[in-house]
Design a protein. Structure first.
Ligand SMILES: *Cc1c(COP(=O)(O)O)cnc(C)c1O
Length: 377
């Protein structure tokens, strides 16, 4: 245990889930990959399933099996696996699988046949990212092989999925082009006989801003913990990272701080040593404006971020060892948000939250309303 903890507000996750469920006509899949965006996969899954989500999505089979181990029985889809993955375990535990090509289809079909069961699969088409999913030119061939595997009793096709490259820019014309490609791939799938398959294309950004991408289901991850990549909605921030003050010292002008003496005190000041470093998710590549929140004010991080610690310039502020500083939070009290941290680090909020290290204790809390969070502090 270190002196850093991540407070996870399950009430905020529930409110965000309700908002998403209310936006779409079809089903809501809660995406809880990367340990539920740092918040704890099973915890986020339970909160989301209690508030309108009907399915779960993860990257790997291992993540799906961990949810089963935690007692989660809802349908789970795993969409990125190597061909030698344990498809047998997935089929045994009712984990649905994305199929991006014939090699995966074969491996999944063999695993299902060996168990005498049908694998539930989602055919996955690449709508223009040259990333996961079947290249469009190979799609008709994949549909043919999938139809054969279905008639052999190996698979049941329960979904057709795609993904958008530029949904965080709602006005980018690429969105329309990729939606059209998905619609075309879907028509081909229907023609090939996969009429019952649920189409799904949108993640958080397209769910918030592109009704035409909603189809029968949406897959929302970042939005559940309060990240809106489009900046168009007010979601509830669910994550607060706090770290404890280890020590406070007075220093004179010219005192160097940290590795490489990355900062020199210009005047007499007070420094707090705080127990969170880059191993805990405070990125080393940081803008000098980066600050933490203490006693209602922001105080800058000075010197380089170390693996386990940072130094904060308290100025005239008094603080005692053992007190917690807020690294980021929902922003209701004036504390930095995940979005500000992302800007300070030249990245997106998703990378900040999934970068929170494993030794940071996760503590679940529940706020009943947005206002309650602010008032309680
Ligand atoms: C991560 C992921 C999502 C969820 O994306 P968010 O932007 O976090 O909502 C949806 N679909 C796929 C295929 C993903 O990899």
């Amino acid at each position: 245990m270190t002196g850093a903890r991540l407070l996870v507000d399950t009430g905020a996750i529930e409110r965000n889930t309700c908002l998403f469920a209310g936006l779409v006509p079809g089903e809501l899949m809660a995406v809880v990959k990367a340990d539920g965006y740092g918040a704890g996969a099973a915890r986020v899954a339970r909160a989301a399933l209690a508030s309108g989500a009907t399915r779960l999505g993860v990257t790997s089979i291992a993540e799906a099996l961990a949810l089963r181990d935690a007692g989660v029985s809802a349908p789970i889809l795993s969409w990125l696996n190597t061909v030698d993955a344990d498809f047998g375990a997935a089929v045994m535990l009712d984990v649905e699988l994305a199929v991006p090509g014939v090699a995966h289809l074969d491996a999944i079909g063999r695993a299902a046949q060996a168990l005498g069961r049908r694998a539930r699969v989602h055919l996955q088409v690449d709508c223009g990212m040259a990333r996961e999913g079947c290249p469009r030119e190979l799609w008709p061939q994949l549909l043919g092989f999938a139809a054969a595997a279905r008639s052999r009793g190996e698979i049941e096709v329960v979904g057709v999925m795609g993904h958008l490259s530029s949904a965080d820019e709602p006005f980018d014309q690429t969105n329309r082009r990729e939606r059209d490609r998905f619609a075309h791939a879907l028509r081909l799938a229907r023609t090939a006989g996969f009429r019952a398959a649920v189409p799904h294309l949108a993640a958080t950004a397209a769910t918030l801003t592109q009704g035409a991408a909603h189809h029968g289901m949406v897959r929302v991850g970042a939005g559940l913990v309060g990240i809106d990549p489009t900046g168009t909605h007010r979601l509830d921030g669910a994550l607060t990272l706090e770290a404890q003050i280890v020590d406070v010292r007075e220093v004179g002008p010219g005192t160097p701080v940290g590795y490489g003496h990355g900062w020199l005190a210009e005047r007499p000041t007070r420094l707090a040593l705080v127990a969170a470093g880059y191993a805990d998710g405070v990125p080393r590549a940081l803008d000098p404006a980066a600050a933490v929140f203490l006693h209602g004010v922001r105080r800058r991080i000075v010197g380089r971020v170390s693996m386990d610690q940072i130094v904060v310039d308290l100025g005239g502020l008094d603080a005692a060892p053992g007190e917690y500083v807020t690294v980021f939070g929902p922003g209701l009290r004036g504390e930095p948000t995940v979005g500000e941290w992302a800007a300070w680090c030249g990245t997106i909020p998703n990378e900040i939250v999934t970068g929170i290290g494993p030794r940071v204790e996760r503590v679940a809390q529940t706020s009943s309303t947005r206002e309650a969070i602010g008032a309680a502090r």
